[in-house]
Design a binder for this molecule. Structure first.
Ligand code: SAM
Length: 165
């Protein structure tokens, strides 16, 4: 472990050697503009009554915004690009009590994907203005989906949709 890695690991935390293999590739489809320019100022989780933020979608993906309406809730997926990725146990409170990475919503994870539900306040061209974000200004956008809690599937029903037993 290098001195730099040691500096950022808290007592009780565990890291693993970073895997250089790549199993999939992502593209950034836009950028999220928020009021937070310092990680320590970002909320731990977004709130639907939080500040207005802008989700900018890049070409050629802007046509994919059709069907999104003002007032609906959407799920936003983003790449927490400043996160380290190698901790398997973390101490969020820095009190020596370690928790497995997959049992918490820390931004530090092997694939640092953040998700939040936002309310769409306005849509102008390739920009959605929303409330509910919790990420740093400039965070890359990787996907947008309707909020599952409000979503009614458009595709025809499939056998697996029905509850069994
Ligand atoms: N709501 C998302 C989730 O549950 O998947 C993210 C939650 S995570 C606890 C939110 C924190 O991630 C912020 O408070 C900030 O410390 C950190 N963060 C925000 N933007 C980031 C970025 N671009 N890179 C790394 N860390 C970021």
């Amino acid at each position: 472990m290098t001195a730099v890695e040691m500096d950022n690991v808290r007592d009780g935390e565990r890291l693993v050697p970073w895997v250089e293999r790549q199993d999939a590739s992502l593209i950034y489809i836009g950028r999220i503009h928020t009021p937070w320019t310092d990680l320590s100022d970002c909320p731990r989780q977004g709130r639907l009554d939080g500040p207005l933020c802008r989700i900018e979608v890049f070409e050629p993906w802007t046509l994919a915004l059709s069907g999104i309406t003002v007032g609906q809730q959407a799920e936003v997926l983003y790449w927490l690009h400043l996160s380290r990725r190698d901790l398997v146990q973390q101490c969020p409170r820095n009190d020596g009590n370690a928790r497995g990475t997959f049992s918490i919503r820390s931004p530090i994870r092997p694939n640092p994907i953040g998700t939040t539900v936002v309310k769409v306040e306005s849509i102008e061209g390739n920009v959605l203005t929303v409330r509910g974000m919790d990420c740093l200004d400039g965070t890359p956008l990787i996907d947008l989906k309707p909020d599952l809690a409000q979503f009614v599937p458009l595709a025809k029903e499939k056998p697996g949709d029905r509850q069994v037993g």
